[in-house]
Design a protein around this ligand. Structure first.
Ligand SMILES: *Cc1c(COP(=O)(O)O)cnc(C)c1O
Length: 221
């Protein structure tokens, strides 16, 4: 992997273009969320300077420490929350984030509904589904999705689509295909799927948002 952040961004963009070409999709249909968790502002600035405007963080507190200043410096920057959200942090998340990928339970629907009313911000959300039926992972059970979706809509939460993190270490394509089908079944357009190891596959299977960390920033400690 290149030492230079701009080169790494170019390489990821080239992979995105290649996958889109094979899938006969337009690269504009795929949003690259650069996952900057654990990386300090000085590692993020070169990507901001290269024009990358959408970033992902997995902890509210860490994001609060890094992003208010960067968002002010680089206009039009969008911050996405890709990690689990505790209900007591819903209001902080509503203030700082422009998209939430981890809506996964009724208590969080309630907390976010309240937070959006209070802050006046309706942050678009993805519902995270536990696509591999793994207990320890976040995400709502596939069987619970219809109810959760209905509750989110009743609470006026804008639902863009579904998000998943497939089981680690095995081929993710079947899980991406399954999530795309479930999204289709519910008339949802957004598909947040694919990370550094599998984003070209995710794009070929219909991802609208890919969440890429390591391929852009290098290994995390
Ligand atoms: C860290 C993280 C990513 C990025 O993973 P990489 O393998 O570093 O690209 C994507 N999605 C979620 C939910 C994450 O927590």
């Amino acid at each position: 992997m290149s030492e230079n952040a701009t080169d790494r961004l170019d390489a990821v963009q080239a992979e995105i273009d290649k996958a889109c070409k094979i899938a006969r999709r337009k690269p504009e249909e795929v949003t690259l969320v650069a996952v900057s968790k654990t990386h300090p502002a000085r590692d993020i600035v070169p990507l901001l300077e290269a024009g990358q405007r959408v970033y992902g963080e997995n902890r509210v507190q860490e994001a609060q420490g890094k992003w208010p200043v960067l968002k002010e410096q680089f206009s039009e920057t969008q911050l996405h929350l890709v990690g689990q959200l505790q209900s007591n942090k819903a209001e902080d998340a509503a203030q700082l984030f422009d998209c939430i990928h981890s809506l996964d339970r009724p208590s969080l629907v309630k907390a976010l509904g309240k937070a959006f009313d209070k802050t006046g911000r309706q942050v678009p959300c993805f519902i995270q589904v536990d696509i591999g039926e793994e207990e320890q992972k976040g995400g709502c059970a596939i069987a619970d999705l219809p109810d959760l979706l209905e509750q989110a809509r009743a609470a006026d939460i804008p639902v863009l689509g579904l998000m998943c993190v497939p089981p680690f270490g095995i081929e993710s394509a079947p899980y991406f295909a399954l999530m795309a089908k479930i999204a289709d079944d519910h008339g949802l357009q957004g598909r947040s799927m694919g990370m550094s190891g599998d984003y070209p596959t995710a794009i070929m299977l219909g991802a609208t948002h890919i969440r890429v960390g390591t391929a852009l920033f290098g290994q995390r400690d």
